[in-house]
Design a protein around this ligand. Structure first.
Ligand SMILES: Cc1cc2nc3c(=O)[nH]c(=O)nc-3n(C[C@H](O)[C@H](O)[C@H](O)COP(=O)(O)OP(=O)(O)OC[C@H]3O[C@@H](n4cnc5c(N)ncnc54)[C@H](O)[C@@H]3O)c2cc1C
Length: 542
């Protein structure tokens, strides 16, 4: 067992005793076999001495039990690491960032406390997964949609606290932004509610976010200021229909106008489904002849010539529309006119109209090539794991992934610059094959920015993982030099990522540390999360 540094074995044993009394013997896990289940299968330090591992885990079933556990941890200064469903793969899994922490596993707290389909919201506990809420909504005949990430086994609370993202309308797919009201156990065991939840019997906890006075909800996202025990989320009334439309261009530099016009369509609300940028030309997977052409690093003119000769668009933009059928037909028509005016040579293709609830025939089409994915209709599933599994296209899959995920401005110029910067560096650093990955275009989970997402291989080979870690660090530093920084980071990489947010000699971090010292003087909640370390570990860890 890895006891947290600086904690005596007597104090640790006393704390475990206290935890056991709080939750019952069955729900305290101390055997190597049980604790190993909290390892991060995607850890870039897997099997190495630096791999952060838990000392024990404790699984309360009620808010009172969480309060009891937190008070005991605070008394004995035991670092604890709350998780909801613990599926944060790619960003740390269920493992703590600081070795020796006790995982506070909230999976058993999986009650759906309310679904309001008159004003469209839900109030849930941390262990409620997207599958749970989706099934509950269907079983109870509510006509509301959830917005889920690719893997449906994660939790609404854990995902939102990580700034996780989904695939329906912009106001729902930024999951933290779509929350309304929190209940939090503070580091001293006190219980606090935010927003209208602070008003006894308000009845509007899930309806108005701010309440009155300074707002603190953000402290608990990617933060280490408390244990969230309830959270409200806004849901979307089930729309009548969905349709998509695709715009194609053959000019290399048309990307700039394509993005600007897409921004106009999405920011004005004309298009409200999940938008996607693609490059049929650069997507050369399974096309050896085109891969060879791209490996020659062709000039923009050569790319354009190739595109026209082979009738493959260089760029396409997919736009989605959710709403009444006549309205979305008109929205697509207006969107086409916008693009036709801005890009007179653009081509257009209509997608199929889907009506909700889906007929069995239409349900069978979803998630098949050329049709929308289930997550675009708020249907949780696990099919995205297929991409990372062994297949004909991917005969040598990794055991896990380390995700480099910088935010860049939402312009065509920024895409060109990011591609050039990363491609040149990866060529120089001897990873020309990795450079091709940067042509998978940025994602648009967040309404006003692009997210580049690039997976580095994690295997069971320490040497491979060392290379991936080194590459990750170089990419983070290179991104920072260009004004780009990551929106989220694996636990093991949080300090490096937080370092990029350095304006005015790290004023942001200095403020975060001041708050941390005041709210959690013993530094027990998730040390190091978000790059914020408690005072007693700041010198040695940060
Ligand atoms: C193939 C693949 C595809 C993915 N696609 C997506 C995607 O589309 N969108 C996306 O967002 N993610 C995606 N992920 C990442 C990840 O799997 C999900 O974000 C997942 O929902 C996170 O796990 P979780 O919900 O169980 O959160 P948890 O692991 O429970 O929590 C995440 C972190 O939040 C903190 N936390 C959790 N609960 C609490 C609490 N109650 N109080 C205080 N702090 C808490 C902890 O630090 C914890 O480590 C993907 C991963 C893979 C492998």
């Amino acid at each position: 067992m890895t006891i947290p540094e600086g904690v005596s074995s007597t104090d640790f044993a006393a704390a475990l005793d206290g935890f056991e009394q709080a939750v019952g013997r069955k729900w305290l896990f101390t055997s190597d076999e049980d604790v190993a289940l909290y390892r991060d299968a995607y850890s870039p330090f897997y099997g190495e001495p630096e791999e952060p591992v838990a000392s024990a885990a404790v699984a309360p079933d009620s808010v009172e039990q969480v309060q009891a556990v937190v008070r005991i941890a605070n008394r004995y200064r035991i670092p604890i690491y709350p998780i909801s469903t613990g599926k944060n793969l790619g960003y740390g899994g269920a493992a703590p960032g600081y070795s020796g922490s006790v995982v506070l596993d909230l999976k058993r707290m999986n009650r759906i406390l309310e679904v309001d389909d008159r004003n469209h919201s839900a109030l849930v506990e941390p262990g409620v997964s997207y599958f749970d809420l989706y099934n509950y909504i269907r079983e109870h005949g509510h006509r509301v949609w959830i917005d889920c990430p690719d893997p449906g086994w994660g939790s609404l609370i854990g995902n939102a606290l990580e700034h996780g993202v989904g695939h329906t309308r912009p106001e729902f797919r930024d999951h933290f932004d779509a929350h309304c009201g929190m209940e939090v156990v503070l580091p001293n065991g006190d219980l606090m509610r935010t927003g209208m939840g602070a008003v006894p019997n308000a009845g509007s906890w899930q309806d108005y976010k701010y309440g009155f006075g300074p707002q603190f909800d953000g402290l608990f996202s990617q933060g280490n200021f408390g244990v969230v025990t309830k959270m409200g989320f806004w849901l979307m009334p089930e729309p009548a229909a969905y349709r998509s439309g695709r715009v194609s261009v053959f000019g290399y530099r048309d990307l700039i106008t394509l993005v600007d016009t897409m921004n106009h369509a999405t920011n004005s609300g004309l298009s409200n489904g999940f938008p996607g940028l693609q490059s049929p030309l650069y997507n050369a997977l399974g096309n050896p002849e085109r891969t060879e052409f791209l490996m020659t690093r062709p000039s923009p003119d050569a790319v354009e010539r190739y595109a026209r000769e082979n009738d493959v668009p260089v760029w396409t933009c997919k736009l989605g529309f959710l709403g009444p059928e006549k309205v979305i037909a008109a929205q697509w028509e207006a969107t086409r006119q916008l693009f036709a005016k801005a890009l007179p040579d653009a081509g257009f293709a209509d997608g199929e109209v889907f009506r909700f609830p889906l007929s069995p025939e239409q349900a069978a089409k979803v998630q098949t090539p050329g049709y929308p994915e289930k997550v675009e209709f708020g249907i949780p599933n696990l099919s995205r794991f297929g991409f990372v599994a062994r297949s004909e296209m991917n005969p040598n899959p990794a055991d896990g992934e380390l995700w480099f995920s910088p935010i860049i401005p939402k312009t065509g110029e920024a895409i060109f610059k990011a591609q050039e910067v990363f491609r040149t560096a990866l060529d120089e650093w001897g990873h020309p094959e990795a450079a091709l990955g940067f042509f998978s275009l940025p994602l648009q989970y967040f309404p006003r920015s692009f997210l580049l997402l690039f997976a580095l291989r994690v295997t069971r080979s320490p040497e491979q993982n060392r290379q991936s870690r080194e590459l990750f660090s170089r990419l983070v530093a290179l991104a920072a030099e260009n004004g780009w920084a990551e929106y989220r980071a694996p636990a093991a990489m949080m300090d490096e990522v937080a370092n990029a947010y350095s304006f005015n000699n790290h004023a942001l971090r200095r403020f975060q540390e001041k708050l941390k010292d005041a709210a959690d003087p013993n530094g027990i909640i998730s040390p190091g999360r978000g790059g914020v370390w408690p005072k007693h570990l700041r010198e040695t860890q940060a």
